[in-house]
Design a binder for this molecule. Sequence first.
Ligand code: HEC
Ligand code: HEC
Ligand code: HEC
Length: 381
Amino acid sequence: MIGVFVRRWKLIGLVALGTVALLIFLAAIFMASGVYNVAASERHFLVTNKLLAFTLQRSIETHSMFVEVPKQNEEDLVPLGANHFSSACALCHGSPTERRNAVVLRMLPTPPPLKEAATKWTPAQLFWIVKHGLKYTGMPAWPGAQRDDEVWAVVAFLRRLPDMDRAEYRRLVRAEPRTESEERSPLVFEQKEELPHFCSRCHGTASTLPASRRVPALHGQSAGYLKRALEEYRNGTRSSGFMEPVATNLTAAQIDSLSNEYAERDPIHTAPVPKDSRSLKRGRAIAEIGIRESGIPPCLACHSGRASKQFPILRGLSADYMMGQLSLWRRGLRDETAYGAIMAVIANRLNQQQIRDVTAYLESLQNKHSADRPSAGRGGE
Ligand code: HEC
Ligand code: HEC
Ligand code: HEC
């Protein structure tokens, strides 16, 4: 009895194995024959389409399950995301003011317009798509390694897109004065404005602020430092999905002249967020005296612009930008160069409260002694 049972199962097993082998063989012949048409000019079969869309949908849903959405000031991130979108994404996806190019329309799958993407995907799913890209579709992954903080700026923009009209988009990507009070603010510089409009859209001009508090002001920064920063983005030792693509397109001569131009400008003032005076007092002590017991040297010993042209001048940067950079060092990023390694040690010795205090103080400095700003000067050591 048992013998018959075993024999029957053996037979079923062999037939199943044989069928699988045959199927693999037929599939191999099909592939090797070259009959399958990979032309992008041919649409997929309906069933292939449905299968691919289903796989993509499920993969995104599963992989984004554990993405945590950070709490942050999204309003401030939208203009930064918009400016990156206009130069890096709109060529494929179109924008409120641009139609997709005829070449892109012949891609398969065709990059869809993203007007409604935020109603189709959750913020975590959008984040995952923009960070990782989509295999076999042409949708690229984020270029700045481990810069999740940057990806969220693009997500903030995508979330605003459903309600955004052409006028608002145009305003965002041209970095025109953002509010009435900014238009009225006494930021009067009569210097010529000949810096590339492209950089100004994010980094601000003599009369407009940077697009976001996450974007560093470049006006009045040390030329040696600016030049090195651009070279580092270009050779990949400093990671940023916003700046690496920009810097790769610059020639050495352009890097030189942009760095010198920016360094010669008067600093622009960010709009400091009010801070409580006790925090500023603690911050001032760290910046001027340091904290001996924690081995933290005074920031201004290196950062006033007098120590070395390779050290950035911090006055003129927003607290949010500085906090962002300090947290990169604390996450083990931006330490590939000798200069980055110096700052990594210091950043790791500061606690969160000290970081908030000292960056608030450093930001507040810009309104005090803009007159005695050390000349940033050309070139660098
Ligand atoms: C080279 C062209 C290309 C570029 C550049 C590109 N994408 Fe895509 N994107 C695609 C393609 C192709 C798809 C996949 C469409 C599909 O599978 O149906 C896609 C899909 C997406 C989706 C999912 C859309 C949906 O409705 O399912 C989002 C969101 C997205 N891209 C955002 C971006 C952002 C943000 C950028 C810029 C940082 C960007 N893409 C740059 C080609 C591109
Ligand atoms: C889409 C917005 C955007 C555009 C356009 C842009 N930048 Fe940037 N830039 C940024 C952001 C954001 C950072 C901070 C990146 C980081 O975290 O390292 C940055 C950083 C920099 C830095 C380093 C400054 C510092 O204090 O460390 C330099 C130099 C710079 N950009 C120069 C330029 C130049 C020159 C152009 C034009 C050719 C340009 N950028 C265009 C957004 C932009
Ligand atoms: C011994 C000199 C030294 C001291 C002291 C120092 N730094 Fe730095 N810091 C540097 C150098 C060098 C860099 C540039 C790193 C690079 O290029 O990657 C830097 C960069 C920075 C940046 C990034 C600026 C930008 O534009 O991206 C911030 C923010 C910063 N330091 C904050 C601080 C704070 C806050 C303190 C005090 C607690 C401090 N630093 C003390 C040397 C110093």
